[in-house]
Design a protein around this ligand. Structure first.
Ligand code: ARG
Length: 266
């Protein structure tokens, strides 16, 4: 993680004032940072599920990516250090990691859906997504019709899995994107469905994008239901980084184009 803890003080004070003004923060334990309760004092704990480049992936023994950098901005504004925990996507999207206090926030390329909103409180959206199809180079699989009778690798508990099933495809479930792609490599599946932006990194490895399916999804950062102090802090950071250019810098760094100029990334 790139923690820029030292530069954080004035912003943290501003965040604290903002939170106080919003009436956020019930103080039932001593772990409050600017009125925000944290599962581990002095740190903002994030649950995320790599490999999911460019949102969360391991590099030099660290988890890095667009999601990590954005949540790190939240930690900076709170004046605490970011701690990143790698957990299965299933518990991230179900609210289990939040409800068991395994982490304060979940950021893992998570699409905001009505079902998930019943179990998690989501921030304002920070990224637009569609589903994509990854196929072996030279494959003629592309349209939904061409996938009839084919085996489609999906990631467990994702919107890609739901999308494939809703479209009548025969799915095989994998716990993460790495295992999905591994199954495509060995021929256990004929194609893989996941968010289009994460398929790009595999294109140079003997795969190609077979198609993009417009699903109009949006990613959000999740907090435990009812934790309005933390939710307000996350939204305040998202607003700040949109205004001061940090969001555009992070986006461009990981996506390769500036927001709004995306080719297949959005
Ligand atoms: N956007 C999809 C969803 O919310 C997939 C997210 C998977 N994220 C991950 N880090 N593996 O269901």
């Amino acid at each position: 993680m790139r923690t820029r803890h030292l530069a954080a003080v004035p912003v943290a004070a501003a965040a604290a004032l903002l939170l106080a003004a919003c009436g956020g923060g019930d103080s039932s334990s001593g772990d409050a940072e600017g009125g925000v309760e944290l599962v581990s004092a002095g740190s903002l704990t994030l649950c995320t599920n790599p490999p999911y480049e460019p949102f969360e992936y391991e590099e030099g023994g660290e988890v890095v990516g667009l999601d990590i950098d954005i949540v790190n901005e939240v930690a900076t504004d709170l004046g605490v250090e970011l701690v990143t925990k790698v957990t299965p996507f299933e518990g991230i999207q179900s609210g289990a990691d939040l409800n068991t206090n395994n982490c304060d926030v979940v950021a893992s390329g998570i699409t905001i859906t009505p079902e998930r909103q019943e179990k998690i409180d989501f921030s304002d959206p920070y990224f637009d997504a569609n589903q994509g199809l990854l196929v072996p180079e030279g494959s003629d699989l592309s349209s939904l019709d061409s996938l009839d009778g084919k085996k489609i690798g999906v990631q467990q508990a994702t919107t890609g899995e739901t999308w494939a099933q809703d479209n009548g495809l025969e799915t095989i479930q994998f716990e993460d994107l790495g295992l999905q792609v591994q199954a495509l490599r060995t021929g256990q599946v004929d194609a893989v469905v996941n968010d289009i932006a994460v398929l790009g990194p595999y294109v140079s490895e003997g795969f190609e994008i077979g198609n993009e399916f417009s699903t109009g999804e949006q990613y959000g950062i999740g907090v435990k239901q009812g934790n309005t102090a933390l939710l307000d802090a996350v939204n305040a950071t998202l607003e700040r980084i949109r205004e001061d250019g940090t969001y555009d810098d992070i986006y461009t760094q990981y996506i390769g184009t500036a927001p709004g100029q995306a080719e297949t990334a959005e």
